[in-house]
Design a protein around this ligand. Structure first.
Ligand SMILES: O=C(O)CCC(=O)C(=O)O
Length: 281
């Protein structure tokens, strides 16, 4: 469904108090099926746009089968993933919730957690965003499968977007204790941890603030959990000019902190602007 006007005052107030917001029925059945069909080819390295994604953390035949499979910036490699993560309505929801003038893509994730796959450590996305200014992310997490608590769904620590931003966690993939840094952060400010597992039908979206603590535990069920994630930043975001991302500063031009729309397209702006090539490609 078009989601452009779904952020009511009630939803905004729930987002502001919890740090995340669930909206069901965002992806159509066709989008879900088309996207699921791309997972196996993508992780085999079949990129239909002829370009490799920026990060390709799990490859068939190379990596352990008990790891969560992840690709970052599949939109550069795959037309189906591109058609979902560059959607204008998703970006508008991000901008509206963060009170940004608009939103551009920071990076996407394709995540596949088959039965038996291990955890992703609990973290705050903004811990990893010092390379941009403002150092803020807002995320649309989309599920292609019905999720269950024991099947490694995403989990949020309610209200933790109001905590300080901690340093990046030390191990994102398959840590022995996925809650280690979360516990340390809560203890340091004397906060209680209330974890909410997201149990929703396929096609649902969770919008989350870059400061909210979240992660996912092992998949101890019998079905896979597949997600596509659009991580957005403000349409006005620039390179920080001081901190660097070892991967994304490849796209910084000399002599300016401006971001090039070829690599960080603007998906939605309040004044009606959207990077033109997205809908022409
Ligand atoms: O899907 C997951 O397991 C975690 C995803 C995540 O960390 C994110 O979307 O920011």
């Amino acid at each position: 469904m078009p989601t452009s006007d779904v952020i009511s005052e009630d939803l905004l107030s729930r987002f502001n108090s919890d740090g995340f917001l669930v909206i069901e029925n965002v992806l159509s059945t066709e989008e879900i099926e088309r996207a699921k069909a791309r997972f196996e080819p993508l992780f085999r390295g079949e990129f239909d746009l002829g370009i490799q994604p920026d990060e390709w953390n799990w490859r068939e035949g190379r990596d352990a089968i008990d790891l969560t499979r992840q690709i970052c910036n599949a939109w550069k490699a795959d037309a189906v993933i591109r058609s979902i993560v560059l959607r204008e309505d998703l970006a508008k929801m991000c901008a509206d919730l963060k009170d940004w003038p608009g939103a551009r893509i920071n990076q996407d994730n394709v995540l596949w957690k088959p039965p038996g796959a291990r955890a992703l450590g609990f973290h705050q996305d903004d811990s990893f965003q010092q390379w941009i200014s403002p150092a803020q992310m807002m995320t649309c997490w989309m599920t292609l499968d019905d999720t269950r608590a024991e099947q490694g769904t995403i989990e949020y620590v309610k209200g933790s977007h109001l905590w300080p931003v901690s340093p990046p966690i030390t191990q994102f993939h398959a840590p022995d204790d996925p809650l280690k840094e979360l516990r340390q952060a809560a203890q340091s400010i004397n906060k209680h941890i209330e974890i909410v597992p997201i149990v929703v039908p396929a096609g649902s979206v969770v919008l989350h603030d870059g400061r909210v603590w979240h992660g996912s535990r092992a998949n101890s069920g019998e079905a896979p959990r597949r997600s596509i994630v659009a991580h957005c930043m403000s349409s006005a975001a620039q390179f920080s000019g001081t901190d660097q991302s070892p991967i994304y500063n490849r796209y910084k031009k000399h002599g300016t902190n401006d971001m090039d729309e070829s690599f960080f397209p603007i998906l939605y702006r309040q004044d009606g602007y959207r990077t033109a090539w997205i809908d022409q490609a």
